[in-house]
Structures are given as structure tokens and as C-alpha cells.
Design a protein around this ligand. Structure first.
Ligand code: CMC
Length: 442
């Protein structure tokens, strides 16, 4: 808080309401802006004008560095303290005791389910895992080397054409139906995309298996009559889905909310989320970590690599975060899950390089002074690689887990009476009132 703001807040607090006093030095006028929940409303700036026909003052905030776009009760993050909570429950407790579908219920419904609620929820999701046969044909139409994230993006958007009732977003029954369908079908679409990239036949869901177990079945089943997932791998995957389930107003969630604010069906809104997650600054850092570890090759090369990072030659991928200025709580849990997966598939030698990088970085003043700690991507790629996944599948795995968060945030948006179609302003920097020049005179 600036000194001025603190003084205003103190003055405001004296008469019960917090406020901010702003003096427009162009006119000498002073305005009182109410402060609620530590924020002022951007629209309150519009009364600040130099003349009657002035549009009014706007705030300029590229990349939304300091703008709250909604009120949300879904996920809480304290980046300085390294805290992540879903509906108030610490991520560490959920990762240890819960399952992905229970976490999805928590995010979407706002409370932990009773046993009966959980059973009904799991049953509903399980019996909706199949996709329409035409969707299978639709996916077959992609080129043999199509990126699985592009296939997921296209096919989840295509789901809206199979469920025209999804357009009725004001009907709670329709919203519930699409919620179940999205949660249930996302792993099916993801697994089909993977099998397509391998030229392998698509595997239908097996409703005897858990959410993660069935996903492993659709990914890896070959000639065996029944696929039996290793419980350690099944659990590790479930934990990964839990850790990726929500992260408040990140790029893809903002995309879902922004597109959803037009009133479009949730499949189209979630397709926008998948598109945003496709970008390397969002869902792709774990791939960069894996490439970095492979390039370092041996533990002995770590000190030299760190020196290069400190000299500014490159970044230590999987380190640092815009929000976390402390150990990303998800990274701690993933580190443990990686060990569980290695017990099954054998130790990935790259993990030793990762441990050494972390050990040196956490003792080094360059990283300590900049508050650079491992983030969620530092260890997740190692698990995915152990599962035999190509790097193209990494963001797809992220998308499966994040679907529950996207839905929870979309449902909150639809019910939020304060929300309207998202429509930012701009500062126009182009030409004005230029006369059209006929082609011959250009
Ligand atoms: N390695 C070395 N130096 C770094 C790193 C890093 N990974 N990250 C930040 N720094 C330095 C940076 O050079 C700067 O130093 P100085 O003050 O001397 O110029 C300082 O730390 C602050 O960096 P910044 O770029 O201003 O921080 P940011 O909040 O804009 O960037 C970040 C956050 C995640 C983009 C960045 O830390 C980064 O590039 N990390 C590596 C990529 C990565 O792991 N991304 C995954 C993010 S988590 C997944 C998700 O949420 O989608």
C-alpha cells in the first residue's frame, strides 16, 4: 500500500467505510473512491474528467497484472507463503486423502460430498465416459501426425454439436448434464488423441475401473482381455489430476470465463481454455524442463549449467512463478509422486540431475534472493515420461485435470449477477479520419 492509500484507508476506516482520495492534478478536483476487499472499482475512475464531454479516466493494465476480474470462492493462493487451497482445503491434504473425482465435486459443488453424493457423482461420471461414434470418426479425420492437444481442442469444441441442450446455460439441469459429460469424456478424447498419434486403435472406456485407471486403460491397453492398472501408477496419476485441477484466474481459466461470458455453451468455453493451455508459456513448461535435463546429461554438469543460468545465458526451467515466491506446494507433492512412479517403471536417471539442480539452486544467493523455487512443472514431466508419454501429451494431461476447475469457474460466472460479457477497453494508437486513397494513387 502506498503512503497516500494508507492514509485514505485510515481516514475512511474512521467513518466506517474505507476509501481512496484521488486528486486530479489536471483540474485540482478530488474524488473519493470506495475501497472494497482491498480494491477500487475501475469504473469509479470514469467520473474523473477534465470536461463534460471527456470519456473519463481509464486504468491501463496489459496482462491484467493488477486487475481482479471477478469475485471467486473456488481457489485461494497465497504466493508468498506457498499456500494453495481448493474451497479452503489445503492442497496437501487433498492430495494425500482425496481422489480426483471427489476434488472435482468439491470444486464444482463447493463442499466435500457425503458418501452417497460421492457414489452418485462417480457413478454418473463413469457411465458418461463413452463418446458418440461419430466423434470417433471425427477424430480419425485428423492427420496421422496431428498434435494431440490440437485434437483435444477440436474435439471438445465439437462436443457442443452433439449436445444442443448445452446452449441452455440458464437451466441448472442442463448445466449439470454438461458438467458430468465434460468430466467424463475429456479423458476419452485425450486417450483417443494419443492412440491416433500412435496409429493404434482407440480403446473404449472400461467402467469397472477408476477415473485414472480407466484413462490408463484407454491409453495403454493392447491385446489383453482386461487391462489392470498398477495401483501405484493409478494413484500417482490421480494425484497429478488433483494438483492441476484449479489455479484461480490463470490464462486458460480467464479464457474460459471470457469466452463463457458471451453466453456460449460450456464445450466451446472449455475449448477456449484448452487453446490457452496449448501455449508454451502456460501448459508447456514441463516439456522444456525435460529437454533441459536431457541436455545437462550428467549430475557433474549441474554446477556449470547453474553458472550459465546466473550469467543470464538461459533460465532454469521449472523454477520461478509469477504468483509463488516460495516453494510451489504442488512441486513438493509431485516430487514424492515421481518416486512412486519410478518404483514401478524404474528410476529415470534425469531425476538425479533434477535433485542436484534443486539442491544447488536452493542454496545459491541468485535463486534465494529472487525467490525462485521449483514450480509444478519441475517434476511432472519426469512422471509423464516414465508413463511412456511423448512430450506432446504433457499439456493434454494438464487439460484433463484442469477441466474440473474450468467448469467450477464457468458455473460461478454463469451465476454471478455482476458479470456481463467481457469487453476490455483500449488505448487507441492508430491513425484517424484518413481519406481513402484510390489504388492508382498509392
Ligand atoms: N531461471 C533463472 N532466473 C530466473 C528464472 C529462472 N527460471 N525465473 C525468473 N528469473 C529471474 C529473472 O531473470 C529476473 O531476474 P532479474 O531481476 O535479475 O532480472 C527475476 O528472476 C524475476 O523474473 P521475472 O521474469 O520478472 O518473473 P516473472 O514473474 O515475470 O516470471 C516465470 C515468472 C514463471 C515466467 C519465470 O520464473 C520463468 O520463466 N520460469 C521458467 C519457466 C517455467 O518454469 N514456467 C512454468 C510456470 S508454472 C506453470 C503455470 O502456471 O502455467
Amino acid at each position: 500500500m502506498s503512503t497516500e492509500t494508507q492514509e485514505s484507508a485510515a481516514a475512511g476506516a474512521a467513518d466506517g467505510a474505507e476509501s481512496l482520495s484521488v486528486t486530479d492534478n489536471r483540474t485540482g478536483k478530488t474524488y473519493e473512491l470506495p475501497i472494497t476487499d482491498g480494491t477500487v472499482r475501475g469504473i469509479d475512475l470514469r467520473q474523473i474528467k477534465v470536461s463534460e464531454d471527456d470519456f473519463g479516466l481509464m486504468s491501463y493494465d496489459p496482462a491484467f497484472m493488477n486487475t481482479a476480474s471477478c469475485r471467486s470462492a473456488v481457489t485461494y493462493i497465497d504466493g508468498d507463503a506457498g499456500i494453495l487451497e481448493y474451497r479452503g482445503y489445503p492442497i496437501e491434504q487433498l492430495a494425500e486423502h482425496s481422489s480426483y473425482l471427489e476434488v472435482a465435486f468439491l470444486l464444482i459443488k463447493g463442499h466435500l460430498p457425503s458418501q452417497a453424493e460421492l457414489d452418485a457423482w462417480v457413478h454418473q461420471v463413469t457411465i458418461h465416459t463413452f463418446v458418440h461414434e461419430n466423434l470417433k470418426d471425427f477424430m480419425r479425420g485428423f492427420r496421422y501426425d496431428a498434435h494431440p492437444m490440437g485434437m483435444l481442442l477440436g474435439s471438445v469444441g465439437a462436443l457442443s454439436t452433439f449436445y444442443p441442450d448445452a446452449k441452455d446455460i440458464q437451466d441448472p439441469a442442463s448445466r449439470e448434464a454438461q458438467t458430468i459429460r465434460l468430466l467424463a469424456k475429456m479423458p476419452t478424447l485425450a486417450a483417443f488423441a494419443f492412440r491416433h498419434s500412435r496409429g493404434q486403435p482407440y480403446v473404449y472406456p472400461d467402467n469397472d475401473l477408476s477415473y485414472s485407471g480407466n484413462f490408463l486403460n484407454m491409453m495403454y491397453k493392447m491385446t489383453e482381455l482386461k487391462y489392470e492398472p498398477d495401483p501405484r501408477v493409478e494413484r500417482a496419476l490421480d494425484v497429478l489430476f488433483i494438483l492441476h485441477a484449479d489455479h484461480e484466474q490463470n490464462c486458460s481459466t480467464s479464457a474460459v470465463r471470457s469466452v463463457g461470458s458471451s453466453g456460449v455453451d460450456p464445450y466451446s468455453a472449455v475449448a477456449a481454455g484448452v487453446a490457452a493451455l496449448y501455449g508454451p508459456s502456460h501448459g508447456g513448461a514441463n516439456e522444456a524442463v525435460l529437454r533441459m535435463l536431457s541436455r545437462i546429461e550428467r549430475v557433474e554438469n549441474v554446477p556449470g549449467f547453474i553458472e550459465g543460468v546466473k550469467a543470464g545465458n538461459e533460465r532454469l526451467m521449472g523454477f520461478g512463478h509469477r504468483v509463488y515466491k516460495n516453494y510451489d506446494p504442488r512441486a513438493k507433492i509431485i516430487k514424492k509422486a515421481a518416486e512412486d512412479v519410478f518404483e514401478v517403471f524404474g528410476r529415470n536417471p534425469l531425476i538425479d540431475i533434477a535433485h542436484e539442480l534443486e539442491r544447488i539452486a536452493l542454496e545459491d544467493d541468485y535463486f534465494v534472493s529472487r525467490k525462485l523455487y521449483p514450480n509444478v512443472d519441475f517434476y511432472s514431466g519426469l512422471i509423464y515420461e516414465a508413463l511412456g508419454l511423448p512430450v506432446e501429451m504433457f499439456p493434454v494431461m494438464f487439460a484433463i485435470g484442469r477441466t474440473s476447475g474450468w467448469i467450477a469457474q464457468w458455473l460461478e460466472l454463469v451465476d454471478d449477477k455482476e458479470q456481463k460479457i467481457a469487453r476490455p477497453r483500449q488505448i487507441y494508437t492508430g491513425a484517424r479520419t484518413v481519406d481513402y486513397v484510390p489504388m492508382a494513387q498509392r
